[in-house]
Design a protein around this ligand. Structure first.
Ligand code: NFE
Ligand code: MG
Length: 573
């Protein structure tokens, strides 16, 4: 007999996500992903000055704080066909990359590792053996025996008081937890070190962006950072040297800890390469523009159909027509109505945001998320889509880190693990780490490009926008940490006439579309194992592998309906 499990809210994410699954014979047979909040930011923008949109849309989310600012200014610049100074691109690029690296480190260690790592088991570890294991994998200077003993003592302190502190309410001792006590301790040591290291990324964002979270330095036309080679009151070489030092510290952690841990933990959970495949149509946009117009990019983007790299179709420039023509959103299963009827899918320039809340209807409306499609098909977006597209585009750094990670996984697992293993729950973590190493290299390159250009005497950071009479339309896209983000603006004589955000988590956590085809979470959950419906850890593993952000996706909270089992899936935050 099938059993309905409702996880509401899913925790260790941003925003309010409800996931329902029907479990039969220990496997998921049907799944629903539901966004449980709505704020209507798109409607708030109507009638406003397009130069203010970035500051407002950035408040969509407290996690991916920079990304909406960037997508927004890009949308308005695209509408005006406004070129920006190359220094502004470099500064924006460094902010986006530092933010992405922060996001990935925090996602792996603090938001999802505890689905795989049993903190309580780490108490039983031999700390010296655990440190030796860590040293055999990497020469990171935080892998000493003294450090491992210290962390284990600290853990014992928590447990000795009968309280697990930040580790309360995890599924400790769950049968799906497979790591040895030593590997568990290794992961806990790095969990705590990651809390320290992530600050460097935020410092970079704060210095270049004037504030974090929610940067203050962007403007339609460039950035508001005055550059100088000698003044102390602006972004000077001294500050930039401090930024470079933090970049190198992050780089050390990403390459020698994060990438290694993901490969090691992935190897121990090799059976999870067969879970969570779901949608294998992958979309990603190019990013890290190298010129003022956005015609050349450091990181390529495109579309891959059915997981086949040779089907790759590139997305080449800002405003790329192939991308622009492909995107639309449906509301048949979402709590909105379209004037022309709910069986259609609307292009974002014609998008409508008219709420119509019902209750949670399994076969009707059940989410505040719309259902985006690319040429009529739901997509998977995010780190896996990014890495596969970059591989398909022949991006050498991606090839280097992906090959290195798969070789390490293969040597620890004692069997050859190939690229096909990436289409999975654990593969999404591996792809995130591989992409993060690529981003770290690129961030340092962007620093060099800025400093070299400043040395040539070019200190320009802003081109003033001019708003003509009449209507202009523009799209701004950005490859945000969770995937393809696009903002679509219609401007009428200097005022916003329509504004739509089509966001990474909207792509991935979408409800069924106008043709009743499930979104990526729903598809990837099918056939997931569930050993104990009262503790659906395995469902969380797959959902967390996407790093949900519902605040972004729906830009009101309702009570859950008719659950057989309701589980508050906790641990940490
Ligand atoms: Ni709020 Fe976000 C990212 C955006 S949503 S975290 O990355 O845009 O998926
Ligand atoms: Mg939207």
């Amino acid at each position: 007999m099938s059993k309905r499990v409702t996880i509401d809210p899913v925790t260790r994410i941003e925003g309010h996500l409800r996931v329902d699954v029907e479990v039969d014979g220990g496997r998921v047979k049907k799944a629903w992903a539901s966004g449980q909040m709505w704020r209507g930011v798109e409607n708030i923008l109507i009638g406003r000055d397009p130069r203010d949109a970035w500051a407002i849309t950035q408040r969509i989310c407290g996690v991916c704080t920079t990304v909406h600012a960037m997508a927004s200014v890009r949308a308005v610049e695209n509408a005006l066909q406004l070129e920006i100074p190359v220094n502004a691109q470099y500064i924006r690029n460094m902010i986006m990359l530092a933010h992405a690296i922060h996001d990935h480190i925090v996602h792996f260690y603090h938001l999802s590792a505890l689905d795989w790592v049993d903190v309580v088991s780490a108490l039983k570890a031999d700390p010296d053996k655990a440190a030796e294991l860590a040293q055999s994998l990497s020469n990171w200077n935080g892998n000493s025996k003294a450090e491992f003993r210290k962390v284990q003592e600290k853990l014992k302190g928590f447990v000795g008081t009968g309280q697990l502190g930040i580790f309360t309410n995890g599924y400790w001792g769950h049968p799906a937890m497979k790591l040895s006590p030593e590997v568990n301790l290794l992961a806990v040591v790095h969990y705590l070190q990651a809390l320290e290291v992530q600050r460097y990324a935020n410092k970079i964002v704060a210095i270049l962006g004037s504030k974090s979270p929610h940067i203050q330095n962007v403007a339609v036309g460039g950035v508001a950072n005055p550059l100088s080679l000698n003044s102390q009151s602006v972004l000077t070489v001294e500050r930039l040297l401090a930024v470079k030092e933090w970049m190198l510290k992050l780089d050390d952690f990403v390459k020698n800890v994060y990438l290694v841990d993901v490969a090691a933990i992935g190897a121990f959970y090799a059976d999870w390469t067969k879970v969570g495949r779901g949608i294998t149509d992958y979309l990603c946009v190019p990013d890290i523009p190298l010129d003022g117009k956005g015609t050349t990019f450091a990181l390529p983007g495109g579309y891959i159909e059915g997981g086949k790299l040779d089907s790759f179709k590139p997305i080449k420039t800002f405003g790329d027509q192939y991308f622009v023509d492909g995107v639309s959103e449906a509301v048949k299963h979402s709590w909105y109505d379209y004037k022309g009827g709910n069986n259609q899918s609307l292009h974002p320039y014609k998008g409508e945001t008219t709420p119509n809340y019902t209750d949670f209807q399994d076969d009707g409306k059940y989410s505040w998320l719309k259902s985006p499609t690319f040429y009529g098909k739901p997509m998977q977006v995010g780190p896996l889509a990014r890495v596969l597209n970059m591989l398909a585009a022949g991006h050498e750094p991606t090839k280097k880190y992906a090959t290195g990670a798969l070789d390490l996984v293969s040597s620890i697992a004692g069997t050859t693990v190939g690229l096909d293993a990436m289409h999975s729950t654990i593969g999404r973590h591996a792809a995130r780490a591989v992409g993060c190493a690529v981003q770290s290299d690129e961030m340092i390159k962007q620093w060099d490009l800025l400093v070299t250009n400043m040395a040539k005497g070019d200190l320009t950071t802003f081109n003033k926008p001019v708003f003509p009479k009449g209507e202009q339309m523009g799209v701004g896209f950005h490859e945000a940490p969770r995937g393809v983000l696009s903002h679509w603006v219609v401007i009428d004589s200097g005022k916003i006439a329509n504004y739509q955000c089509v966001v990474p988590t909207t792509w991935n956590a979408a409800p069924r579309n106008e043709k009743d085809v499930p979104g990526a979470y729903e598809a990837c959950l099918l056939d997931n194992p569930v050993a104990d419906p009262e503790k659906p850890l395995e469902v969380l593993r797959t959902v967390h592998s996407f790093d949900p952000c519902l605040a972004c996706a729906v830009h009101v909270v309702d009570e859950e309906q008719r659950p057989v089992v309701t589980v508050t899936a906790a641990a940490s935050c």
